[in-house]
Design a protein around this ligand. Sequence first.
Ligand code: ATP
Ligand code: MG
Length: 278
Amino acid sequence: MSTPAAEDTTDRMSAEAPTTLPSAAATSPPADAHILLDTVSVGYGETVIQHDLSFGVRRGDVFIIMGGSGSGKSTLMRSLSGLLAPQAGRILFDGESFWDAPLRERTRRMRRNGVMYQSGALWSSMTLEENVALPLEQYTDLRRSQIHDIAVYKLALVGLAAYCDYYPSEISGGMRKRVGVARAMALDPDILFFDEPSAGLDPLSARLLDDLILELRESLGTTMVVVTHDLASIFAIADDSVFLDAATQTMLTTGNPRDLREHCEIKLVRDFLSRGGE
Ligand SMILES: Nc1ncnc2c1ncn2[C@@H]1O[C@H](COP(=O)(O)OP(=O)(O)OP(=O)(O)O)[C@@H](O)[C@H]1O
Ligand SMILES: [Mg+2]
């Protein structure tokens, strides 16, 4: 499979029913957040990459995970999208703790997440339509003709209706990114996760992808979690954000990036958002 395998399927399943966050544990994020992190640590094996992450993502927001290279953005996204069990803390979707839920519940929830990976991860031996159809074949009992119609529709949404029969090698990098978006949307997700959607794109293609993200948010109301350090993109699409620091291995702040650029009391964050020069 070209989609990255689940790196860590460590089963932290417990017998407990899904729980809700006690109000005492809620910090600034609203208790009704679509996604809520409660003192979460993420990493690999014994190695902690980020710890004490507590923040909320509001429903329908474009939420940016930002921070320097190697700070743990992709790692956090793997834990949010259900691929990597956190080392500590809880991740709640609509108030239900994902990693404490039984496997069946987790699988159901994961089907409602659309993920576009940093590497793109399209199947080179499949046409664009077949790539987009794959999650529908894996996760639904729809008939072949229905799957065809949905795959064509999703490709049309990203402006690629005329390219259904092309192979990934026959289209540009920007178009491949859009196929990744179409595939992530195949199952009408509740939450879309994008890891570096504009990396490697020219500024115009990156802007078109930003426009697409905003259009999808407007038309479908999907919550979007986007990993990026592309400043133009951050200011164009973000409602809210979290800043991960590699040195202290924890979050430094959350908030709207424009507000943070002007008013954040942490110089590193202001510098990051103004490319080092205020
Ligand atoms: N599968 C893995 N196993 C062990 N360590 C890993 C794995 N993937 C990443 N890491 C380590 O975790 C740390 C954070 O990596 P991650 O890919 O999450 O950073 P990032 O913020 O997404 O960086 P970039 O901006 O370069 O994409 C790095 O030190 C990396 O070496
Ligand atoms: Mg990354």
